[in-house]
Design a protein around this ligand. Structure first.
Ligand code: ZN
Length: 240
């Protein structure tokens, strides 16, 4: 079984559709969404409907939570806040309550999924270094867990110590634990503008990092036409 596992779509429909097409061409039969379907870009409703149509496992991201609230409860920066206010207005009551009811973590097959961290999934901490990963590993009961939130693809591997590696192609070994960030579909921040996601081949026990080009100009134009801040369009081209 091959899983397409993706995170941080952030209302970028062009990027999401490119990822789904790439995954289908690569024989992925199951899809898994790690949250932050909405926020930042211009197609929240369309992205939400695409995910619903997949009928796949989904966990909640912090932007999903903020979009489902009537007003903001946590400290978003100015740019994120402006986009989330606009996003709230685009979504129906039903769509917002669907986002509100997403779980924070979920088991899928032989692995676990979470948006931010396993130690405090509702606090939306960022896992960038070994110390952050160690805290999450302490709560990881499956050998493999996928997460998002940082928009940086990377993997942490724990055996007698913890190391951080780039994914590219990662062969899993029994006896180790893996905490894997798939990167972001709709707003990568690792200086590569292409949409990021992972394919997990459960039979081969291999994780592959994929990067997919998409119609960037169309996504940027929609952001400008929606009246969202120009900087949100500009950053997509920079991958940050
Ligand atoms: Zn995000």
């Amino acid at each position: 079984m091959r899983f397409a596992i993706f995170s941080d779509i952030h209302s970028n429909l062009e990027a999401l559709e490119a990822v789904l097409a790439d995954a289908r061409a690569a024989q992925c039969l199951r899809f898994v969404c790690l949250g932050d379907i909405v926020g930042y870009n211009a197609n929240p409703t369309e992205c939400l409907h695409r995910i619903q149509e997949l009928e796949c496992p989904v966990v909640k991201g912090n932007h999903d939570e903020q979009a489902s609230n009537d007003s903001s409860t946590s400290g978003f920066n100015e740019l994120a806040e402006e986009a989330i206010g606009w996003t709230r207005e685009q979504l129906s009551r039903e769509e917002r309550s669907w986002l509100a009811n997403l779980p924070l973590t979920s088991p899928v097959g032989d692995f676990t999924i979470v948006h931010a961290t396993l130690d405090k999934p509702n606090k939306w901490g960022y896992v960038f270094n070994d110390l952050d990963a160690i805290a999450s590993f302490a709560h990881q009961t499956t050998s493999l867990c996928f997460f998002g939130h940082t928009h940086w693809p990377m993997a942490f591997i724990r055996d007698d110590h913890v190391q951080r590696v780039a994914i590219d192609r990662l062969q899993l070994t029994s006896g180790k634990k893996y905490f894997v960030n798939t990167g972001s579909v709709g707003q990568p921040r690792d200086r590569d503008w292409r949409a990021a996601y992972c394919i997990y081949d459960a039979d081969q026990q291999v994780i592959e990092q994929r990067r997919v080009t998409y119609n960037l100009a169309a996504a940027q134009q929609k952001i400008r036409e929606a009246g969202l801040p120009d900087r949100l369009a500009d950053r997509l081209a920079l991958g940050r």
